[in-house]
Design a protein around this ligand. Sequence first.
Ligand SMILES: [Zn+2]
Length: 140
Amino acid sequence: MTSQALRPQPHFPEQDTQPFWDATKRHELVYQTCNDCSNVIFFPSRHCTACGGANTTWNVSKGEGEVYTFSVVMQSRHPAFKDLGAYAVAYVDLDEGFRIMTNIVGVGNPIEEIQCGMRVKLVWEDQGDGQVSLPMFEPA
Ligand SMILES: [Zn+2]
């Protein structure tokens, strides 16, 4: 998937999410766990979303999971998306216990080839500016 215009990008420096974006450059999808209550934390956060503690650990996901739900975008006028044709925006549940909003790629017709519950695996889309890579998923 290539596009001339860049997708909307994070505004760096990103105080709370910088470790996440740095990891994308190594093609690592990272998430946090709480050292106090074992909660799985995603999106990246300064504090545990369950107990409020700041004692968290960064972990690398294996990048395997399943589609929780999805929607297919047929038209978009944003310059970064206008040439994509139909594309799928999805929530994927990773096996480690967190959910990410992402795209499902590597399918011909997203309406026919994606189902809720289907297994998917992580792939990376490198952005043209080299600042970040974006985690996406394709059928496993
Ligand atoms: Zn906690």
